[in-house]
Every structure is written in structure tokens, then in C-alpha cells.
Write a protein that binds this ligand. Sequence first.
Ligand code: FES
Length: 144
Amino acid sequence: MSNKKIYDNVNNIFLFFSMALRVNLELELYLSVIYILQQKVKPMAEYLTIAHSDELKSGECKTVEVNGLALALYNVNGKFYATDNTCLHRGGPLGEGELQNTIVTCPWHGWQYDVITGENVVDSAAKLKTYEVQVVGNDVQVKI
Ligand code: FES
């Protein structure tokens, strides 16, 4: 093989690896930008209709499912509140509990929570997630 051919082959190999390296760097940069955008741009919360206001009388609660979440919806003197449905003790369904004013009692073993704050009445560190609720016309909507 002549020196010229060896030179051409080495040059071609060098060009190939240079281009591969460049493509790889561009791909890594692209993936990094996508990752950063995913961290910064979270989906905006939106209000979703979960019930009609006439479905739940004052002093009643029920379990509702929305976007794969089980929520407990409460009617406290005509104002609606929502929390996670799952009791922090052993997972009892709070929407099937008993509501007195702002306190719901879990149907399984009696743990009690304030439905406005989500706090357990005995241990405020045990706190249910709460959700913003609005009523538009007859629609009870929760911010998810
Ligand atoms: S599961 Fe709710 S009090 Fe036990």
C-alpha cells in the first residue's frame, strides 16, 4: 500500500470519528436541554369538574376519582373541600367517612382530619394533601 493510500485511510478514519464525536456532543447537548426543560416546565394545574353541587348535601362527603387520583370531596355548610381519599393510618377511604363540621372521621378506625387543612386532629404532622376547589355554576371543580 502506498503512503498516499495509508494517508487517505487514516484521514478518512479521523474524519469519521470527528463527525461521530460531533454528533454525539450535539445529541448530548440536545438531551441536556430537553432534561432541563422537563424540570422547569411542569404541566399547569387545571380545574377539573368532579361533581355537581347538588350531588352532595351539607355535611356529606364522598369519594371521587379524577385523573387516576382518589379524592374525598366534602360539603361543609355549602362550601366544598377536597383532600386525598386515603387515610394516613391504614388507607381507609375518607370519602366514606363521617363529616361533622370540618372534621371527617375515617370509617375504618376513627382517625380524624380537618378537611380544610388536611391535618390530623391529634397529630398535625400527619397531614393529608388538600386541593383547591371552586364551584362554577353547578360544577364542583378541583385544581389538579
Ligand atoms: S385506616 Fe383510617 S383510621 Fe385506620
